[in-house]
Ligand binder design. Structure first.
Ligand SMILES: [Zn+2]
Length: 220
């Protein structure tokens, strides 16, 4: 595969031994370290809403920052390799975390098929693929699917957003996930309402344990 030889975060030219994100950015991008802390801010987003094993995010996300730039390059400019690269990087961290080491299956938050057609790929799936590869576990893109296409979320209140997503996910052949520890992944966790809806649906599966991670977690 051919990648443009510039860093997707800062735009500087990559050295021969570098791929996707340069060494300097990898060192300086704002990692949260949440995978080592049980009651971290991502976990707290879901307190009183859904019961999770563990929750974390790779980076803090600021408006106009490099992490936002990376996610935008992935989502809107078709740079799938960013998701895979960050997933591989994060997977190596999660594998060493006592909270995530028992994860058996990675599940990307599904896009509705119309949106998938429009965008060409699911950015969460790219991140999931990278994580699954370095953790040496399977990825599941079939069991949970998006049944309803939701309208844009940005200008709605939290309740409206929840109402908008509360019943959008469905399950098929869900027996394969019973008794498993699954990791649901998305690009960004903000209000957590989409993730909450997906987790609620998955929790209908007997004995399932659910953890969640994202690439970015916004700093306010
Ligand atoms: Zn860079």
């Amino acid at each position: 595969m051919f990648y443009p030889r510039t860093c997707m975060a800062c735009g500087n030219t990559l050295f021969h031994n570098e791929e996707v994100v340069c060494t300097s950015c990898l060192l300086h991008l704002p990692r949260t370290g949440f995978h080592k802390i049980k009651d971290n801010p991502v976990a707290k987003v879901f307190w009183g809403r859904v019961n999770l094993e563990s929750a974390a995010a790779l980076y803090y996300y600021r408006k106009g920052g490099k992490v936002q730039h990376l996610i935008h390059q992935m989502k809107y400019s078709g740079h799938k390799e960013i998701g895979i690269f960050l997933g591989e990087f994060y997977g190596a961290n999660l594998k060493k975390s006592q909270y995530f080491e028992t994860v058996e299956t990675v599940i990307p938050i599904p896009l509705h098929k119309n949106k998938l057609k429009k965008r060409g790929f699911n950015q969460a799936e790219m991140f999931a693929r990278g994580i699954a590869a370095t953790m040496d576990i399977e990825i599941d893109t079939d069991t949970v699917y998006r049944d309803v296409e939701t309208s844009t979320q940005t200008k709605k209140s939290r309740y409206k957003r929840w109402e908008n997503v509360s019943d959008i996910f469905k399950l098929r052949d869900s027996d394969r996930l019973s008794e498993k520890h699954v990791l649901v992944v998305d690009d960004v966790i903000t209000t957590g309402s989409t993730m909450e809806a997906c987790v609620n649906t998955l929790q209908k599966i007997p004995g399932i344990r659910i953890s969640v991670v994202s690439i970015g977690f916004p700093v306010h």
